[in-house]
Design a protein around this ligand. Structure first.
Ligand code: GLY
Length: 363
């Protein structure tokens, strides 16, 4: 396994639970520092999938797995992931944008998604005290929720180690060694490892190996910045998701305002420009958040590929699989990715549910 984010550790844990010997290689000194620990932790398929189809099904399946996944993780690690079906209020400040939200609700209802009628005025403010008066309407998704991404990573790392997974940090994979049909890696310091099977889950950093694996789809970094304020005395149960960003509160009271989407290559630092943008998002959705004690801002790089995640065997080698390009949805999609990729490894063939996300696709 290359990569120790929520996807890499998730797949490793599933494989170890199925009795396989697993080694996770991580370039950094700590697990999950690349992308996963920067995530807000939303489980929000209804706002992330724009249309019915395979991506929506993948999100929905994973969302349904989260409760038992979080339960098993807690049982095996002793770490509480702060799994919470807190509900999400999708709001808009523009009456012109409401028809699009309602059209989305129509197909979601026909797919069996729990979503309210269009709410306005006092009904909205009952759901989120402190909601901005600029908000004109909203839809409540009562089954959407969140986890704490740092806790999830901590839980996965402990659960992996307890299940016998070897985690090698500081292992910077320089090249793949596929000679003679093998599945090996060579580190920058020349250490070599061979395996029966190799899973690449290196997020936006997976891109550098794709062409030699015959993958035609590029994986590109998309920077996301989040700002946090401390609001321990204000309770905001629902996630508020607007036209330009979202506000959500963690159990501690830390309240997150996210997130930018910036194509700036591997420039993984936070910027003043984004700080301004996030302050506007807070003001537009829950103005008190913009005046609460500021805590900190961070940035992460999401792995984006046209056509969605890249999951399954690569064209050049059946022994090398991809589990990457989850873009905004790595945390949401971790359980389903872990289960399907682990099955692909153990069964020697990609399950049908992975076919729309094949690394062998054309675009
Ligand atoms: N999942 C939300 C984001 O990436 O900002």
């Amino acid at each position: 396994m290359i990569g120790s984010g929520v996807i890499g550790l998730g797949v490793a844990w599933e494989l170890a639970r199925m009795g396989l010997r697993v080694t996770v290689l991580e370039r950094d000194r700590r697990c999950g520092e690349g992308t996963s620990s920067a995530a807000a932790g939303m489980l929000a398929a209804s706002v992330e999938a724009a249309a019915p189809g395979p991506f929506f099904e993948l999100c929905r399946t994973s969302s349904g797995l989260w409760e038992s996944w979080a339960g098993s993780l807690e049982e095996e690690s002793g770490v509480d992931c702060e799994y919470d079906r807190c509900g999400l209020l999708r709001v808009t400040c523009s009456a012109d944008l409401l028809p699009a939200l309602e059209a989305r609700r129509d197909w979601q209802l026909s797919e069996g998604i729990a979503v309210s009628e269009t709410l306005s005025g006092p009904r909205l403010h009952e759901e989120v005290p402190g909601l901005s008066s600029e908000v004109v309407a909203g839809l409540l998704y009562p089954m959407e929720g969140q986890v704490h991404s740092h806790r999830v990573l901590e839980a996965l790392e402990v659960a992996c180690r307890r299940a016998g997974v070897r985690i090698e940090t500081g292992f910077d994979v320089a090249t793949l060694d596929l000679d003679g049909g093998g599945a090996g890696v060579v580190a920058a310091d020349n250490r070599r490892l061979q395996a029966d099977c190799l899973v690449l889950a290196a997020g936006p950093w997976s891109g550098r190996w794709l062409s030699e694996l015959g993958v035609l789809v590029a994986v590109e970094p998309v920077r996301g910045q989040i700002a946090a304020v401390d609001q321990p005395l204000v309770s905001m149960r629902r996630i508020v998701f607007g036209d330009h960003g979202y506000v959500l509160q963690k159990r501690s009271g830390l309240t997150l305002v996210g997130a930018t989407e910036e194509m700036v290559g591997f420039a993984g630092w936070p910027t003043l420009a984004a700080f301004n943008q996030l302050a506007r998002v807070a003001g537009e959705l829950v103005p008190s958040v913009a005046f609460a004690p500021y805590s900190h801002t961070w940035a992460g790089l999401r792995p984006y590929a046209r056509g969605g995640p890249l999951l399954g065997r690569t064209p050049v080698s059946a022994r090398v699989l991809l589990a990457t390009a989850h873009h905004r949805n790595g945390i949401l999609l971790a359980p389903v990715t872990a289960q399907l990729i682990a099955r692909a490894v153990v069964e020697g063939a990609d399950p049908d549910a992975l076919l729309p996300f094949s690394p062998g696709r054309v675009a």
